[in-house]
Design a protein around this ligand. Structure first.
Ligand SMILES: [Zn+2]
Length: 371
């Protein structure tokens, strides 16, 4: 294992941050996987799984079992990890401007699509190599003065030429679920079966350029823009939500890390014969059909459905108790599906999204991810 320390743009005199990057295997030899944990810095289960992965990757590397390269960033957001407000850790948004740490990641799709114009041929492998050169060139040419933009860019440079990008997060209270690109439903389903995912949410563009899409969408965009030439989707990128923020357990971390290593084995990064794929616990569904259950006003939330419950359209997901009138309002599901996430407070503010259902009937448009 090689440990690399990348300096991030400074925030103020005397205060700097750095990114620790753990490298396993041989760069440029075999498929490359980039795995990062907790881009939203308050996602502690993801950082625990990264430690379990580190142990496994060290052992595999020492045993000569790595056929490819793995780049592991165990704490992807040192800036957010240092954000404390009145004793509370705030890791999802940059405190200076409120921007979500996993949005507005540079999208080099258009740059790369223009750069490969006239250079693609009939050989898919040559097209992949050409694309990777241009992806590296496009991200190398970008610069960022703002520390958070610099963080996003440095992470993107580590991932942009990878075959596999696993962006490890968690939700507030949640079952294990994934986000991915619609044409990569098969690989999402395979990873989901290994991890025991209970929801897999797919889109071709969710809006606001989250990290996983910044890595995978350039391939999709170039494929669509140059239909006369074979361009495979050579980067499989997904956001893995490792349950809820309080779900730290050694047993779960070991189970998740084993599943991720098994996925790397199936992709040829790790040597060995893959075990049979476990039975899937869910089928992928459109992100556009994921239903946000919202509170119409403020009040006390009393959930009536457990995480992972199969909810029917019309069923009461939660009661909202109005403290001025004493009345209970029923928050009902519009669509049937798995209740895969809930908020982790029990006080609702007007319009707040208190739960999410992986439905199939809604067709939301615009920005599909929450703030
Ligand atoms: Zn997150």
């Amino acid at each position: 294992m090689n440990i690399e320390t990348l300096q991030l743009a400074g925030t103020s005199p005397g205060l700097t941050h750095s990114l620790r990057v753990l490298r396993f295997g041989t760069p440029g030899h075999g498929p490359k996987a980039m795995i990062q944990a907790a881009l939203h810095a308050d996602e502690v289960p993801a950082m625990l799984v990264a430690q379990a992965l580190r142990e496994r990757l060290c052992a595999l590397d020492a045993a000569g079992q790595l056929l490819g390269e793995v780049v592991l960033v165990p704490c992807a957001n040192p800036l957010g990890l240092a954000q404390q407000v009145l004793g509370q850790h705030v890791g999802r948004f940059d405190l200076r401007d409120g921007v979500n740490f996993n949005r507005q990641v540079p999208d080099v799709s258009a740059t790369v699509s223009a750069a490969v114009q006239g250079r693609l041929g009939d050989d898919a492998a040559a097209n992949v190599a050409c694309m990777r050169d241009e992806l590296r060139r496009a991200t190398a040419a970008l610069s960022a003065d703002h520390p958070v933009d610099d963080l996003k860019l440095q992470l993107l440079r580590l991932a942009i030429d990878a075959d596999i990008v696993l962006d490890l997060h968690c939700d507030a209270e949640a079952t294990l679920h994934l986000y991915g690109l619609t044409p990569q439903a098969g690989l999402c389903a395979e990873l989901g079966a290994l991890l025991g995912a209970e929801a897999i949410l797919l889109a071709t563009e969710s809006g606001d350029s989250p990290f996983d899409e910044a890595c995978s969408r350039p391939w999709f965009v170039v494929q669509q823009a140059h239909p006369a030439h074979p361009v495979p989707l050579a980067c499989f990128s997904t956001t893995v939500e490792l349950r809820g923020a309080a779900d730290t357990s050694h047993a779960l971390a070991a189970q998740d890390a084993d599943a991720l290593v098994e996925f790397l084995r199936r992709r040829g990064v790790v040597a060995g014969v893959p075990a049979p794929l476990p039975a899937a616990r869910c089928q992928p569904t459109p992100l556009a059909a994921s239903e946000p259950v919202r509170a119409p006003g403020c009040g006390v939330i009393v959930f009536q459905q457990a995480l992972g419950a199969q909810v029917e359209a019309g069923a009461v997901v939660a009661d909202l108790v109005d403290l001025e009138t004493g009345q209970r309002h029923s928050l009902r599901a519009l669509s049937s599906g798995v209740l895969y996430a809930r908020c982790d407070t029990r006080w609702a503010t007007p319009g707040e999204r208190v739960a999410k259902i992986a439905g199939t009937t809604l067709a939301r448009t615009g920005k599909l991810l929450g703030p």
